[in-house]
Unconditional design. Structure first.
Length: 268
């Protein structure tokens, strides 16, 4: 089974897509219950949303679903948000706290070890390889990790999620100039709201790779799915009109980051 798709570009920016994949091996699919088989927690259409926004960008996309194993979780199983509801390395529930596995079929430690080896590790090997390749070209690499989530999920957060959720682990994972450029771009996006390091502060990918002092910067963008989906329920259809309005602002974000990259090289 192919675990990831990589497109090598010449830009200093790398787009990561850990949660857009919907592939589930038959043996794992057979263990999911009807709720799990909805694959509701997919980052629906996000790789299409970003497609073609900026020339020469590198992309690394996981093709497997997060219910197989979550490519944006610490391989040790350590929680990203201690004390808060979240889903784990291999989720036992969906984002509503409902079981996704048939009774007695939830993954055990051996399953998790196997999936780390066969899915999680190959995706991150590809991502790490592209970060090193891009850094060798430019002296700097900027990982922009692309995500989305339903705008209303009481199990995870109260009320409506902002449209743009920027995560830098409280400024630790990227240069301040990158953070502020993204904040400025989202603040100027008329008709949208945004927040920096709110409920989502950057997942394991952002926190693991973001080492500004080494020339590797990482930032996560969690989009509310109401910004680009016709509905946040099945069939999770892509709304072209909504998406086209949003893509203007996503392009602006990426262009602003690209403009900053040469100055970061001098600091690395």
């Amino acid at each position: 089974m192919i675990t990831h798709e990589t497109h090598q570009g010449t830009s200093p920016i790398i787009l990561g897509f850990p949660h857009t994949g919907t592939d589930v091996p038959p043996a794992i699919w057979d263990r999911l219950n009807d709720n799990g088989r909805l694959l509701a927690d997919t980052d629906w259409h996000i790789h299409d949303l970003y497609d073609g926004l900026i020339d020469g960008v590198t992309t690394v996309r996981a093709t497997f679903h997060r219910y197989v194993i979550d490519a944006n979780r610490d391989p040790s199983g350590t929680s990203l948000y201690p004390g808060q509801n979240t889903t784990g390395l291999v989720p036992e529930t969906d984002f509503d706290g409902l079981s996704i596995w048939k009774e007695g079929a939830a993954p055990n430690e051996a399953d998790i070890t196997e999936r780390l080896r066969d899915f999680h590790a190959p995706y991150h090997a590809a991502l790490a390889g592209e970060i090193e390749r891009v850094k060798a070209i430019h002296g700097v690499a900027i990982l922009y990790d692309c995500h989305s989530i339903r705008s209303h999920i009481p199990f995870l957060f109260n009320g409506k999620l902002p449209d743009f959720n920027i995560g830098t682990d409280m400024g630790k994972t990227c240069d301040h100039a990158i953070e502020q450029a993204v904040v400025a771009a989202t603040a100027s996006a008329t008709g949208y709201d945004s927040i920096l390091n709110g409920r989502f502060k950057g997942g394991w990918t952002t926190r693991h790779y973001g080492r500004p002092e080494t020339g590797v910067h990482a930032i996560q963008m969690e989009l509310a799915q109401s910004t680009h989906l016709a509905t946040e329920k099945p069939p999770f259809a892509y709304d072209t009109a909504k998406a086209d309005r949003l893509r203007v602002h996503l392009k602006d974000i990426l262009e602003r980051i690209a403009e900053i990259a040469p100055s970061l090289k001098q600091q690395a």
